[in-house]
Design a protein around this ligand. Structure first.
Ligand code: SF4
Length: 435
């Protein structure tokens, strides 16, 4: 098969993996005269490196043939799609060609499972090895690893990659049994634990190497700087509570850098046990917002999705929704409240909280001060007290408060790009201190 035809098939087959930001989604094309640039074609997508740079990646599968039969996957054994397979040398050549032409700065490589997990992993590693050792490639490499592969091979993948990931796919073993019968959460956790131990080991060795002064330093070992995973949302009946509890466990026990939430998207010729419709895109967005609150704002999962509300409110962001359920904690005094309470005020992000903490050391803050910090007064006023403002208790108790924040119908149907949200929106939110 011609190389370009293989690239078409294998880049298209890779687009369902959300652990890499924009997934080569089609956007405005400069050729149409509207906008500049295009993300479509050839599987070029964007991701963020550990130091925060946005890089373009060639996102492909080594092969879309697979021994497994995961119902939600277009590459499953029983799927009637055209199959293709790259040799490691072909992927190396494509990566180098695209890199030299400045199309990409790195590679995101995944694969269907052929022959067995170890054989597939060896092929994936061979691509990274040739790039690093034969061609001295310094670009970004993200490798998708297979939990059933031997630990030695996963370790080897980590020595060549900047980021490695293992997809957990679904939040419970019961869902996997139903939709991906060959997959096992216990195996995935063992593999994640192995990666975590190796990352810790290498980081310790690096610290120690830095501490040894005045002696020739041995070159510290290299290993990927982090691991991530993906969970598919909406293919099974798991609630947001189940999804977020699993994500929280992965962050705490396996120190994952990121959990990506991929809204299930119907595939051509789907399995009959799958839902016909995808979940609303806004569900994925709410999960990313909740994930952010768990990692950076000190929220617990059961605060965001208590037993009485196992699913996130699709109409309101999770922090606002939590605040409306906990009105007794408000209004919060901007001039006295501790940092962790300020973090919980809807409309205040971490950046603005730091500004407030440093400004209030010199004078009592008024609404105008918050406005100068570009805080949205409309959003925060019902929840805060300042030197010149105190909301009437009746405002907080008023049921109209929720109505006040409900988006218009158009906003709920917003043109949300789920793949881009994973990282690009996060980066924007960090910068602007939203949430
Ligand atoms: S193992 Fe991966 S590629 Fe194979 S069917 Fe399952 S999800 Fe698809």
């Amino acid at each position: 098969m011609e190389l370009m035809r293989k690239l078409e098939i294998l880049a298209d087959a890779a687009k369902y993996d959300a652990s890499c930001a924009s997934s080569g989604a089609q956007r405005k094309d400069s050729r149409t005269g509207k906008g500049v640039g295009s993300t479509g074609g050839m599987g070029i997508c964007h991701s963020y490196t550990p130091d925060g740079r946005c890089v373009s990646l060639l996102k492909v599968l080594l092969t879309n043939s697979c021994l497994y039969d995961c119902h939600y996957c277009i590459n499953r054994r029983s799927s009637d799609v055209q199959r293709a397979r790259f040799t490691p040398e072909e992927v190396v050549q494509l990566t180098l060609d695209f890199y030299k032409r400045n199309y990409i700065e790195g590679l995101f490589l995944s694969s269907g499972i052929v022959r067995n997990a170890d054989h597939t992993m060896e092929q994936v590693i061979e691509v990274a090895r040739q790039l690093r050792e034969v061609h001295d490639f310094r670009g970004y490499i993200h490798l998708k690893t297979i939990p059933e592969a031997s630990q030695a091979l996963i370790d080897k993948a980590g020595t060549y990659a900047d980021r490695i990931s293992i997809n957990i796919e679904l939040p419970t073993q019961a869902s996997l049994d139903q939709l991906a019968p060959e997959k096992n959460i216990a195996n995935t956790k063992v593999a994640m634990n192995g990666i975590r131990a190796r990352i810790d080991e290498v980081q310790d060795a690096r610290k120690q190497a830095r501490r040894i002064m005045g002696r020739p330093r041995a070159k510290p070992p290299t290993f990927a700087t982090g691991q991530s995973t993906q969970m598919i949302v909406g293919a099974d009946t798991s609630s947001d509570s189940v999804v977020l509890h699993r994500a929280d466990e992965l962050y705490r026990d396996h120190r994952l850098r990121r959990v990506y939430y991929g809204g299930f998207s119907p595939i051509p010729a789907p399995s009959v046990i799958l839902p016909i419709k995808p979940p609303p895109l806004v569900r994925e967005h709410r999960l990313y917002q909740a994930d952010w609150l768990l990692r950076f704002y000190g929220f617990g999962v059961s605060e965001l999705v208590p037993q009485s509300h196992p699913d996130l409110d699709l109409e309101l962001d999770p922090k606002l929704s939590w605040a409306l359920r906990n009105r007794a904690l408000f209004p919060v005094d901007i001039n006295r409240a501790p940092r962790d309470l300020l973090w919980r005020v809807p409309g205040l992000g971490t950046v603005n909280v730091e500004r407030i903490l440093s400004a209030r050391r010199f004078s009592r803050l008024h609404l105008a001060d918050l406005q100068r910090m570009r805080v949205s007064l409309k959003k925060v006023m019902p929840f805060i007290m300042t030197a010149d403002h105190r909301p009437r208790v009746a405002t907080l108790e008023n049921d109209h408060l929720r109505l006040q924040f409900l988006p218009g119908p158009r906003q709920l149907e917003f043109d949300f790009n789920p793949k881009a949200s994973a990282t690009a929106a996060d980066a924007l939110m960090v910068r602007s201190g939203q949430l």
